[in-house]
Design a protein. Sequence first.
Length: 448
Amino acid sequence: MSILKNITKRNIKEARSNAMLLLIAFVCAIASWFIIAMTKYPSDSKHISNIPLSRDISGTAAADSGLSVIECNVDHISVSLDCSRTDYNRISSDSLKASIDFKNITTPGVYTLNIKVESTNDAEISNLNISPSTVRVELDNYETKAFVLKAKVPNISGGENKAINSADITCEPGEVNIKGPASKLASIAECYAVSNLEKALDSSYSLNSDEYQLFSEDGTQISSDKLTFDPPIVNMNIPVLTQKTVKFVPQIVDAPSGFDTDCLNFTITPETAILATNNTETKLPDKIDLKLRISELDIGFSKDVLISNLLMGTNITNMSDTDTVNISLNSEGLASRDLTVTNNNIHTTNAPHENYDYTVLTQQLLVKIVGPADIVNEVTAADLDVEVNLLGADDSMDQFPYAVTVSCSKYNNIWSVTSSTVNIKKTLKEGMTTQAAAGSNTTTTKTG
């Protein structure tokens, strides 16, 4: 039994000795391989992805020129490099710094610049390959500029018989300070405070804006990216107007006595306008008069009138889609004719001075008449009443021109489109002296 125990102990000691020798041999082999590898292959290659690209511009000539990075088309890069085996595990995306080379950049613009990479822990790297190797960078000065605000409320409307005039909406404050790239600020022509609230209003209303909208000179909307607004929101005050639809009505302002204006037939486009006011003391009219002179109404007559001119001096606003109304004479069935009137049929009235005679020097006057074709052909020169109304005339000269008016009392649907003058001669009445005439300044009505 003791012999077996001795054999067992001896075997265990030998096994332990062999294991120790085996371990020592393994360690020696590893050390030998490492020494050989380090001697024969001192460096290794490595690829690292997802390295952040720094946009820091501080300390560069670009920063000294007041420039900032507005846009950069690269966020992360990858590199392939060689390093010593001792530094292999020390090199990672955290130990490498990727930055942009802003060398010699001093003016705003868009540049393609090189990317540089360096170690932050003194690990030695070589054969560096950067992907991508360049970056597209936009540089500009950041500025702050004030813009006058306009209001835009596309979903706000007036209730029944009510209207909203966008030009009357005010913003508080009336200006906004926008900070951003100088080149972008320079492209802004209009700035709107916008509310997208949907609401029908019966009375004045205030609300806060939701956003800002920017537009260039040609109406192109400009993105608000890279811009900041102060204040971020504004208050918008919306007055509500009372509105009414009214008709346009032609009005002849100088129709001869007895002339039937109903014989004139016009086409008016548009026939109505939408008027509005926010003044409770202003009454909206039932119609809008389109004033015309009889001498305008030749065959083919057509005239554009600005509605804003018709409303000038009132508290009334045109809410229609157009500011122009056209009035045209319907010429179907009408004809025109030229007649020659001699000075025997031209009469003066309302002489400025009773001590002078006023004589028409013009021997003949060509008069153009318009009316129904069957009647125009029957009219003669003797049927026309040609008058020179001297009321208010400046007769400081012995001879002077003065306008005539033409009518036709025989027919109430014939009118003249003649706008002419005749020459008038002033002579002292028989038996009157110049001194006596000068002392008299009485205006009388006389037909000569």
